[in-house]
Design a protein around this ligand. Sequence first.
Ligand code: G3H
Ligand code: 13P
Ligand code: ZN
Length: 312
Amino acid sequence: MPLVTTKEMFEKAYKGGYAIGAFNVNNMEIVQGITEAAKELNAPLILQVSKGARAYANHTYLMKLVEAAVEETGLPIALHLDHGDSFEICKSCIDGGFTSVMIDASSKPFEENIEITRKVVEYAHARGVVVEAELGTLAGVEDEVNVSAEDSSYTKPEDVQEFVERTGCDSLAIAIGTSHGAYKFKPGTDPQLRFDILEEVQKRLPNFPIVLHGASSVPQEFVEKINKFGGNMPGAIGVPEDQLRQAAGMAVCKINIDSDLRLAMTSSIREYMAEHPDHFDPRQYLKPARQAIKDMVAHKIVDVLGCDGAAE
Ligand code: G3H
Ligand code: 13P
Ligand code: ZN
């Protein structure tokens, strides 16, 4: 099976009350860990590549790694550009074999967001590629994505219908309280997603796939392990998994997870290196790190996304 778009995946996910995991990939071990879990659980997959990942690993290497995963697993896999910030990067990924792109013009004024999104949609659709867009702004800091809490804003449900109609986008990322990175909520607070906004959006866009970015749950055992073995991560708090499961049963068809993979991988490597200070063969510490990614993804597929067995 070649790479697929997310069209059919999302139709089934919407009807089935589950979501597809969109996991960020940066190197071979990450691709292998994710796809081995999905293969064992017969789960459809979205592998996504950020601008930073392309700069780190190179478009062609990532493309070939994902093609290898498709060949090895036989699963329906979509290859998606995460947070494309210009028409040019979207075009480059469409021309370079991606089956889905995100144009993230969410920091721009409404009309400008519509204009750039529509331009990407026209180019993408003419080539059989689907487009995710964003309305509302998530807080959070990562390599290429950096929004302060003051500049973040919830999606306004009254805007979504006009935005989707005028742009022709295939899915919409909305801001309901998730944010990028490991520091999403203040320690000691009770994290709560805005399900009232999601419900309103769902009413105004019937059967339309919604996307949640910034959806890592930052399991404390991994933060503790990092800190136990020489790290220093203060107060990292993520999105409660039961709330993500609830969203997956609603209009949310795609849930983006990156930070949890970073935590799984880094905590494993820290533990390994602390326990084997004389080892220097990268395969020795990357093997358990790959397994940690696989375990994390398996847990997400079964307990959060609910998409196990859905890759028919
Ligand atoms: O939301 C952004 C993704 O987690 C990618 O992060 O830009 O550091 O690769 P990155
Ligand atoms: P996290 O930082 O919560 O994993 O979010 C990842 C993401 O939204 C990628 O686009
Ligand atoms: Zn994101």
